[in-house]
Design a protein around this ligand. Sequence first.
Ligand SMILES: *Cc1c(COP(=O)(O)O)cnc(C)c1O
Length: 422
Amino acid sequence: MNAFQLKNGELHAEGVPLSAIAQQCGTPTYVYSRAAMTEAYQAYADAGRRADGSAATQVQFAMKSNSSLAVLNVFARLGAGFDIVSGGELERVLAAGGDPRKVVFSGVGKSETEMRLALSHDVACFNVESIPELHRLSAVAAAMGKRARVSLRVNPDVDAGTHPYISTGLKNNKFGIAFEQVLGAYRAAATLPGIDIAGIDCHIGSQITQVTPYLDALDKVLELVERLESEGIKIHHLDLGGGLGITYDDETPPQIGEFVSALLVHLTHRGHGHRQVLFEPGRSLVGNAGLLLTKVEFLKPGAAKNFCIVDAAMNDLARPAMYEAYHGIRPVKPHIDAKADVYDVVGPVCESGDWLGRDRSLAVADGDLLAIMSAGAYGFVMSSNYNTRPRAAEVMVDGDRFHVIHDREMVADLMRGERVLP
Ligand SMILES: *Cc1c(COP(=O)(O)O)cnc(C)c1O
């Protein structure tokens, strides 16, 4: 589905013209499509059903990609679990009406306080990323008279072929337990008083556009599972992480359904078709379900470059500055027959790194609205108040209606809790 299409000469989100949202809410504003999120979720769920209709898979929405309460609530209503990386994210799951017993808790630096919070809400599983973490978790759980269900996160040492900042499955990065140490870690886990072994986990990176790295990682995980079970250590679920890529520009990742089926078919061939499989998708559920609506402030022609200065900036959408990421940029009301010029689309922040798109051919005028596409994942969640810029509003479209799901911040919000010296 493409939830964002031209109708009557104007870009819409589902049935709503984007100009109507800009008029009511101002700019910059994040706009999400409920239908696009629902469709992506259903693609995971449908491909994850066995012939008899039972679920072979559980989708754990990786909420670090978009943690707005209304977004979490849409997924909770669809039956999603959540992959969290902090105690704060667990509080958001609760506030959004999600089920904490469907939460898996990932991350390399869980504090004791976070562990206690998660144990008190009976989360489904801790994805443990180091041996010291295993010992801390066992002690915290035992002190509460509980046992923590765990998966150990294996670092399978496969190259996901993605950007170094979002590749996580190679030996030299901070995530997971090295392949060679995993067996020993499981043996230790089996003896700890506060630990119940539930599964095994891996997550090899993000914006992955091929199935092969996943199949390679799965083979390594299965090798471990077979070794562990031969020693009497039972592994109930396989958590294959997230990371499936989306089309920002001309990438051609597998469709969600194809991707899930390829992994399940491979599992069956290897004799593990009966296992429960968890996925932790973030980007592939929300990335193309959102855009950032912005307004042109000035056109600034230059000797070497033309700049199109808009009211959104790197503090609103960090991905271009952070990863040199590409986002499509579309005029909300294209000027038919007008001559296009080539622009760098930049924000007002005082940094040369503050750009949203480079060398874009656009026919634009002051005051026009532009849509920065594919901004539903790692967009608002990474926004900051740099330059004392209040964060954008967020809107969810649902059919012909839209709902403000997060008010635009006010400058007063930014100064809350600050004080000058007496
Ligand atoms: C970031 C992350 C995800 C989600 O990655 P996407 O590329 O957004 O699908 C899933 N699991 C873990 C452990 C992560 O850190």
